[in-house]
Design a protein around this ligand. Structure first.
Ligand SMILES: *[C@@H]1O[C@H](CO)[C@@H](O)[C@H](O)[C@H]1NC(C)=O
Length: 221
């Protein structure tokens, strides 16, 4: 089952995960508009992030229903391994990721080096995890994790990705759809993005043909 939860703002650094609840709920009982929760949140449980780790953003369950997996501000993708082990390291987007520099970091300069996974989704057929990273483009990693393989840092039209954000996989075709919040500003400059910036795009990656094409141009952030 997909956990359809409201996307959290990558700029807001919350130190715990509060979303897992919806797994056990009928989605109709959760109304995200204004966060009116009618019923059902009685069995909710909070999953604690490791010490110093902040900014959980996007979550996914793998093709065996394991997880959730979550991207955090220091560039890692963590996997929930149950109450005893908690959230453990699963994958990195940056080949430059190192504990000394990145672990628990919230510094935007460092973030651009360590990566910032914002969109996550497993392909239910191949069990590969696709990742949209704010700085490292579109990546994919197998079910055993590790350093993710970078698929592209620009679209086929040559325009470099500036600020990738959300991502989804078409479970029938395997096509990967992902959003770019702005083609002008990076996440670290997100404060400069105004309503007047309509440079965002929706793009589509076809794993068969390897095409990476703009699909739709946004009319706002
Ligand atoms: C962030 O990291 C950069 C590069 O190491 C450093 O120059 C800067 O002072 C740091 N900023 C903060 C707020 O710690």
């Amino acid at each position: 089952m997909n956990a359809q939860v409201a996307t959290m703002n990558p700029l807001s650094h919350s130190s715990s995960l509060f979303f897992v609840v919806s797994l056990f709920l009928s989605l109709s009982s959760v109304i995200c508009d204004g966060l009116v929760i009618k019923d059902g949140l009685k069995r909710f449980r909070e999953l604690q992030l490791p010490n110093n780790v902040v900014g959980p953003e996007s979550l996914a369950f793998d093709c065996h229903g394991r997880g959730p997996y979550v991207g955090v501000a220091d560039g890692r993708i963590l996997k929930w391994k149950g109450a005893r082990k908690g959230l453990t390291e699963f994958a990195f987007n940056s080949p430059k990721w190192e504990k000394k520099l990145c672990d628990g970091s919230t510094n935007y300069t460092i973030e651009a080096i360590c990566g910032r996974p914002l969109g996550l989704k497993f392909d239910p057929k191949t069990c590969n995890l696709y990742i949209a990273d704010a700085y490292y483009g579109i990546l994919v990693v197998g079910q055993h994790g590790g350093v993710a393989k970078q698929l592209a840092i620009s679209a086929d039209d040559g325009v470099p990705f500036k600020f990738l954000n959300g991502l989804d996989v078409d479970s029938q075709t395997g096509a990967v759809y992902f959003s770019e919040s702005s083609s002008k500003y990076q996440l670290r400059d997100a404060a400069k993005i105004t309503a007047a910036d309509n440079s965002g795009r929706l793009l589509r990656y076809d794993p068969g043909t390897k095409s990476m094409k703009p699909w739709h141009h946004a009319h706002g952030f």
